[in-house]
Design a protein around this ligand. Structure first.
Ligand SMILES: Cc1cc2nc3c(=O)[nH]c(=O)nc-3n(C[C@H](O)[C@H](O)[C@H](O)COP(=O)(O)OP(=O)(O)OC[C@H]3O[C@@H](n4cnc5c(N)ncnc54)[C@H](O)[C@@H]3O)c2cc1C
Ligand SMILES: *[C@@H]1O[C@H](CO)[C@@H](O)[C@H](O)[C@H]1NC(C)=O
Ligand SMILES: *[C@@H]1O[C@H](CO)[C@@H](O)[C@H](O)[C@H]1NC(C)=O
Ligand SMILES: *[C@@H]1O[C@H](CO)[C@@H](O)[C@H](O)[C@H]1NC(C)=O
Ligand SMILES: *[C@@H]1O[C@H](CO)[C@@H](O)[C@H](O)[C@H]1NC(C)=O
Ligand SMILES: *[C@@H]1O[C@H](CO)[C@@H](O)[C@H](O)[C@H]1NC(C)=O
Length: 550
């Protein structure tokens, strides 16, 4: 990570910044002046600052809005900074504090609730899309990835260097590594190699004091925290160092559709019994939605079994015959390709495209245009009974475009302890559910209607999913599960949502937060809270009594 390996001394900078009291008149102008006058800042700062009067402001803002529910921002950022180097980020962090502005950091902009670009308070966006350098070290099976790079850019770059190395992260090529890796990050290789966050070996983050820290400098607590706990509560992540994983030169993919008439429900029932037990080289996701049936001239429910196997079709067919014969997988349903081909395939499935495209499409940052949507997540420990599934299907009939995705667990996920990194949802789960509703019509009333539908769906699922707490996935951000106050939020209040995302790791995340950002500058609707002195005290008493009872 040569391109980042310089460190600053900040005594002069801090003196410069806090020698004046904060004031709010013409805040954006003063903030911009602060950046321009910042000690040691590189001159290119003049090319990367967009105020609301700049003619490029809206195109920069809209470029990475991946959920059109937030296209009409009631509160737009006062300024957008698109850093070209570390000094631009350091200055933005320090000048925002001086001028009473909050920061939203955006990498790929896929946050489901728009937290990387929406805020009710005066704020600045640090959009790091220019920081997307990737260097692959084939010999050592590692790569350095700047946090503004997308998954597609990473996968493509790896494939240009090696046909037998890959990386276990999410499917959608436009997702940013900044948000995705820090929240977990799962995809087709999850059962074999775990999450993206499980395969991070170093990181560079800029903290609230403007210090650039690598793993050694930030310490194991913070390094643990940004692997599952999200980055936004702790600072601005500039780059990751990751461990690449071996993939065979031939992999097999399939996408098999079954309607209810074709026994989809029975196949899913059986899938629930085997999905997390299968050979860990095979990953079979189930996507369920309503489709137009030409044959029946009406809308029907269809399940798609979307899969990748780390090996050839000859080995896959008998494996499927043995474990899930109900699917009736045929050789002609399968395509042999290489790992990057499987990534292109998975993206085509996501976009509903059947065209066979070149890997270069993975570099297209405008390929995924976020429609208006709302999503939620759940984790399942026991198979959902048949009447539970049938009720779910009937709910899908109530909206034009509701989608469910069941992603299997097991394999490597069962082997990693829940406290290894801050991502906690590990063993004992059969699968993970992603719910989404998408709509076209604009306006608040319509939005409320669809949001109410997905909330009803979520309520319906309560008996069938994990409880106390009902687990949720940070990367499928959902503000319905609880939010912070605008200002101080107690640990107890934040626990309402925090325990759902982080389980038993939430407490330690709050301890890390209290240490690295005690004044809670990096905050948002679901940022990790700091512990008050009292909460810290309760904690130390608690620890003592736990030790005594052992
Ligand atoms: C179409 C689509 C497909 C998806 N597919 C998958 C999938 O297959 N698997 C999966 O696990 N998830 C998936 N996701 C969810 C995705 O992982 C999360 O939305 C992820 O947080 C997006 O990262 P981002 O950088 O694009 O988002 P952003 O909106 O830029 O960031 C998300 C959060 O991280 C913070 N953040 C971003 N960059 C930084 C940084 N450099 N430093 C500190 N904080 C930062 C933001 O402030 C925000 O809070 C998908 C989402 C979408 C919309
Ligand atoms: C808009 O901002 C960019 C980046 O700072 C700058 O290069 C450009 O000159 C500005 N344009 C106008 C019209 O001010
Ligand atoms: C691999 O890592 C070793 C040890 O860190 C280093 O000396 C070597 O230069 C690396 N190889 C490459 C190709 O960079
Ligand atoms: C559905 O299952 C029934 C009973 O097991 C079986 O007879 C039938 O052939 C199956 N239908 C399809 C389309 O596979
Ligand atoms: C990127 O994808 C978008 C949306 O599919 C398309 O309109 C555009 O032409 C693509 N750009 C390139 C360079 O292929
Ligand atoms: C955005 O605002 C315009 C103008 O007020 C409105 O017509 C449109 O419905 C809004 N879009 C959404 C997604 O709500």
């Amino acid at each position: 990570m040569k391109y980042l390996s310089f460190y600053f001394t900040f005594a002069t900078v801090v003196t410069f910044l806090f020698s004046f009291a904060p004031h709010s008149l013409d805040t954006p102008q003063k903030f911009v002046q602060c950046l321009y006058n910042y000690p040691f800042i590189s001159n290119s700062i003049f090319d990367v600052v967009y105020t609301q009067t700049n003619s490029s402001y809206f195109s920069i803002l809209d470029m990475s809005i991946r959920n059109s529910r937030f296209s009409n921002l009631s509160s737009k950022p006062r300024v957008i900074v698109t850093p070209l180097d570390v000094s631009h980020i350091q200055a933005t962090i320090m000048c925002s504090q001086r001028h009473g502005l909050q920061i939203r950091t955006r990498s790929g902009g896929h946050d489901y609730e728009g937290l990387s670009y929406v805020a009710e308070v005066p704020f600045v966006i640090i959009d790091i899309f220019n920081l997307r350098q990737i260097t692959v070290d084939v010999e050592n099976r590692t790569a350095s990835v700047q946090a503004g790079a997308t998954l597609g850019e990473l996968y493509y770059t790896i494939s240009q260097k090696s046909k037998t190395l890959g990386f276990p992260a999410g499917v959608c090529a436009t997702v940013g590594t900044g948000g995705h890796f820090s929240g977990g990050g799962y995809g087709f290789l999850m059962r074999k190699y775990g999450l993206a966050a499980d395969n991070i070996i170093d990181a560079h983050i800029i903290d609230v004091n403007g210090n650039l820290l690598d793993r050694k400098a930030m310490g194991e607590g913070l390094f643990w925290g940004i692997r599952g706990g999200g980055g936004a509560s702790f600072g601005v992540i500039v780059a990751w160092k990751i461990k690449l994983v071996p993939v065979p030169s031939t992999v097999t993919v399939f996408n098999v559709a079954r309607t209810l008439e074709e026994n989809a429900t029975e196949i899913i029932q059986k899938w629930q019994l085997v999905a997390n037990q299968l050979d860990e080289r095979i990953f079979i996701r189930v996507d369920v939605k309503k489709v137009n049936s030409v044959e029946h001239g009406k809308q029907i429910i269809q399940a798609n079994f979307v899969s990748m196997f780390l090996g050839g079709v000859e080995e896959l067919i008998p494996l499927m015959q043995k474990s899930l014969p109900e699917l009736g997988l045929d050789r002609k349903d399968c395509t042999e390709t290489n790992w990057i081909g499987s990534v292109v395939f998975a993206n085509a499935v996501l976009l509903g495209s059947t065209v066979n495209e070149a890997p270069e499409v993975l570099l297209n940052r405008s390929r995924f245009l976020g429609r208006i949507n709302k999503a939620k997540s759940d984790y399942v420990r026991k198979p959902i009974p048949i009447d539970g599934l049938q009720g779910l299907w009937s709910l899908l009939y109530e909206v034009p475009d509701g989608e469910l995705q069941f992603a299997p667990y097991g394999g490597r996920m069962d082997e990693i302890s829940e406290s290894e990194i801050s991502f906690s949802h590990r063993s004992g789960f059969i699968f993970h559910i992603h719910y989404m509703v998408i709509w076209e019509e604009e306006g608040d009333e319509v939005a409320q209607r669809y949001m109410n539908w997905i909330r009803k769906l979520y309520k319906y699922m309560e008996p069938y999913v994990s409880k106390s707490p009902r687990a949720a996935y940070l990367n499928y951000r959902d503000l319905d599960i609880g939010v912070n106050n605008n200002g101080y939020t107690s640990y107890n209040q934040a626990s309402i949502w925090g325990l759902k995302y982080f389980g038993n790791n939430f407490r330690r995340l709050a301890e890390v937060k209290t240490k690295v950002d005690p004044r809670n500058f990096f905050r948002n609707e679901q940022s990790i809270p700091t512990l008050s002195d009292e909460e810290n005290y309760i904690n130390s008493n608690h620890v003592v009594s736990t030790i005594e009872t052992k």
